[in-house]
Design a protein around this ligand. Structure first.
Ligand code: ZN
Ligand code: ZN
Length: 424
């Protein structure tokens, strides 16, 4: 369709197609929501996404690093903008009560739900891709729409890179992504610098020597080593980091033994740490190793503990210049509905792709909560109690204006880089 008219901004020209897109996009979203797929199993989502992109005129590559989908739309000379959405769901039993709520389970019978809103991200990016494809007369350049599997496990982006993503796409000038979050729908929020924490999950095996529970002198008790280590680990953030340096160390699991009168051979701790700088991350990992090793030595452990890192997410640190450009475009389009994003303690693997490609990036938030519900919770001082957050069984973003806003945000941000069709 031809959308450019004198006096119409490029954003308005592209968004003129939104009513038509909304017509199928809402159904597309509801369908994704009812058919969530766990990390590394996003095949149906990928197929439906690929079909939509192909219809819109994108060159489509499927099966990149598992279920990854890459759509490329070349539209003359100009910058290349990479837009990214993640596709996976979580092992959560949905309790939103929505008419399109998921009743899906995986093969093992585990309930599956889009509890993090990645279905919103996919639907918004597919919609934005269609809008940009339909208004090719008002911009020039290349749009890369990247649909990533396995964000929740932290290895989906790396999987696409390992499968040759860099050779598949033209080198982007900028990479952009968004996440639906528990603030009022219709609003967007940006932040410069460190925005999402780096996260590391560690499995620590503490070795002792098993014995009869009545003969502790013959044992090296790993239960006591573990208990002591758990307490000492609490001092890493409180005693070794400067006040004001944000970091989290959580021992989420302690396991040892099976019976009251058997001292086991070993104990296992699962740790999660969140940091906002490489220096703090390194210092914390060093402190953890030092403490668990020393606790073993203090108890005469027969050997050093084993520390295995099994899930890690990079720091998401938004490029200041890129973020300023997006924030300016958002302010022009969304007005007072564009604001600042507080630093988030959650983590993302989005940064792996731009980091590997050497591309600056920014990652922003869009609201998913009904504005009236949010305002009522704020008035009652009950935001923490009443507003469901990502990963909870009741996190169900309102359909609108969430989809409209997320779609517009992608279009507005992309057009901040894509060239005008011809010099004005
Ligand atoms: Zn999540
Ligand atoms: Zn998420």
């Amino acid at each position: 369709m031809s959308t450019s008219q004198p006096g119409t901004s490029r954003v308005e020209a592209v968004l003129a197609g939104q009513p038509a897109v909304r017509g199928w996009q809402e159904d597309f979203y509801r369908d994704l929501h009812s058919h969530p797929e766990l990390s590394h199993h996003e095949t149906r989502t990928a197929r439906r996404t690929g079909e939509r992109l192909r219809q819109a005129g994108f060159e489509v590559h499927g099966g990149v690093g598992g279920a990854g989908v890459v759509g490329i739309l070349r539209n003359g000379d100009g910058p290349t903008v990479l837009l990214r959405a993640d596709m996976d769901a979580l092992p959560v039993r949905e309790a939103t009560g929505l008419p399109y709520a998921s009743t899906a389970t995986d093969e093992a019978g585990t309930p599956v739900m889009h509890a993090c809103g990645h279905d919103v991200h996919v639907a918004c990016l597919v919609g934005a891709a269609q809008l940009l494809a339909d208004a090719r007369d008002v911009w020039a350049g290349t749009v890369v729409a990247l649909f990533q599997p396995a964000e929740e496990t932290g290895d989906g982006a790396r999987g696409m890179l390992d499968d040759g993503l860099a050779g598949l796409v033209p080198h982007p000038d900028v990479a952009l992504a968004q996440h639906v979050l528990p603030f009022p729908s219709g609003h967007v929020a940006t932040r410069s610098g460190p925005t999402l924490s780096a996260a590391d999950s560690l499995r620590i095996t503490l070795h002792g020597r098993g014995a009869h529970g009545s003969m502790p002198q013959a044992s090296v008790d790993p239960v006591v080593i573990a208990a002591s280590a758990v307490l000492r680990l609490q001092t890493v953030v409180s005693r070794e980091l400067a006040p004001g340096e944000p970091a989290v160390l959580t021992v989420g699991s302690v396991q040892a033994g099976t019976k009251s009168n058997v001292i086991p051979d070993s104990a296992t701790l699962l740790l999660n740490i969140r940091t906002y700088s490489d220096a703090t991350r390194t210092a914390m990992l060093d402190a953890i190793r030092r403490i668990v090793t020393a606790e073993g030595e203090a108890a005469r452990a027969p050997r050093e503990p084993e520390i295995v890192s099994y899930e890690s997410f990079p720091l998401t640190s938004n490029d200041p210049a890129v973020t300023a450009r997006v924030a300016e475009a958002f302010a022009a389009h969304f007005g007072e509905r564009a604001g600042d994003l507080p630093r988030q303690s959650a983590s993302e693997d989005f940064g792996d792709v731009p980091n590997a490609l050497g591309v600056p990036y920014t990652y922003w938030g869009i609201g998913g909560i009904d504005p009236a519900t949010y305002a009522a919770a704020e008035r009652a001082g009950r935001v923490n109690e009443d507003i469901p957050v990502n990963h909870s069984a009741t996190f169900g973003p309102v359909l609108q204006p969430t989809l409209d806003t997320g779609t517009q945000a992608l279009v507005v941000a992309a057009l901040a880089w894509l060239a005008p069709d011809r010099p004005a």
